[in-house]
Design a protein around this ligand. Sequence first.
Ligand SMILES: Nc1nc2c(ncn2[C@@H]2O[C@H](COP(=O)(O)OP(=O)(O)OP(=O)(O)O)[C@@H](O)[C@H]2O)c(=O)[nH]1
Ligand SMILES: [Zn+2]
Length: 348
Amino acid sequence: MASLSHLGWRSFHSQQLTLEDLETAHPARVSSVHRSGLVVISEQGTINVTVPPRLLDTLELPITVGDWVLVEHAAPRVQRVIAPYSVIKRHAAGTDRRLQTIAANLDTLFVVTSCNDDFNPSRLERYLAVAFEAQVEPVIVITKADQCDSPEPFIDEANALGTTAAAIAVNAMDTTTVAALEQWLQPGQTVAFVGSSGVGKSTLVNTLTGNTQQATGGIREDDSKGRHTTTSREMFALDSGAWVIDTPGMRELKIGAVEAGLRTVFDNIETLAAQCRFRDCKHDSEAGCAVLAAVAAGQLDARRLASYHKLQREAALAGMSTHERRARDRSFGRITSSALKVKEKNKR
Ligand SMILES: Nc1nc2c(ncn2[C@@H]2O[C@H](COP(=O)(O)OP(=O)(O)OP(=O)(O)O)[C@@H](O)[C@H]2O)c(=O)[nH]1
Ligand SMILES: [Zn+2]
């Protein structure tokens, strides 16, 4: 069975343990989360464990795939949760604004796009912001390199975004080209793939699990009615010994309140903004705006500024509480109704 370090255990985690902890429990990594409990992998193998309700009540964030927990020696039960070094979160859809966690202890986020219509710099900026916000290293993977004349222009465009993210072109079906991802797929590293439907995420994972396919097919677990059901594993090993987290919501991440991530992605705009005349400049139409001046001078892509504005609005909206959102909608309602009144008056 895999050693702790092959499972992704780091000194960051062991520093949170006391001697007493190790007398009563052992570390295990969450490979999937179910209503009835968790499936965890440890040096002892893969088992189902339960989470005591009183522990659940104390958690700031729900337990998620990729998390490390301590499992009691005496019973298949979680004793406590070890804080993760990275976590990808999103806001729940609809009226429920609670934070959801999607993946924990992730090292690399492969942002997947392809050498065709899907390639869109603004979409890349969106995913890069999510990665930087979660303190996960993003790597841009450009698939279907075999279907275009040359992937170079796409790589250049990805690099032109000016972030630290590497950009690599592959044929997702070809083991040789996919080997370019090796440095992020060392034993014990944890990765995930995001991107639009059809760009080749499953194909990449299949190529990378050529020999372990059987082992990742599914596991048996007891559902709440005591029946056995086969579920597809949500954290599973690649041939290289790296782990992939593939959970609902992971593949097409919606942007949350990722202000810090956006500052990293749009670092050049932030630098320019420091020279705007007004400290609260919105870079819309203000006099003395250094950002607009850079666009006018051809030093900054207008697309990039538009993307920055759009993502900032989305992030601000995602960060609002239900209360703030309602207040905003109400005042928006007032504006529209007073605008309508003015319109009506003008008609008369
Ligand atoms: N020629 C070529 N075809 C590819 C490549 N990557 C993916 N494909 C094909 O594109 C189609 C979609 O690939 P998938 O791997 O299913 O895409 P996905 O991103 O997992 O899509 P969702 O599961 O919908 O999110 C499949 O028919 C693949 O065979 C590539 O690099 N080269
Ligand atoms: Zn400005």
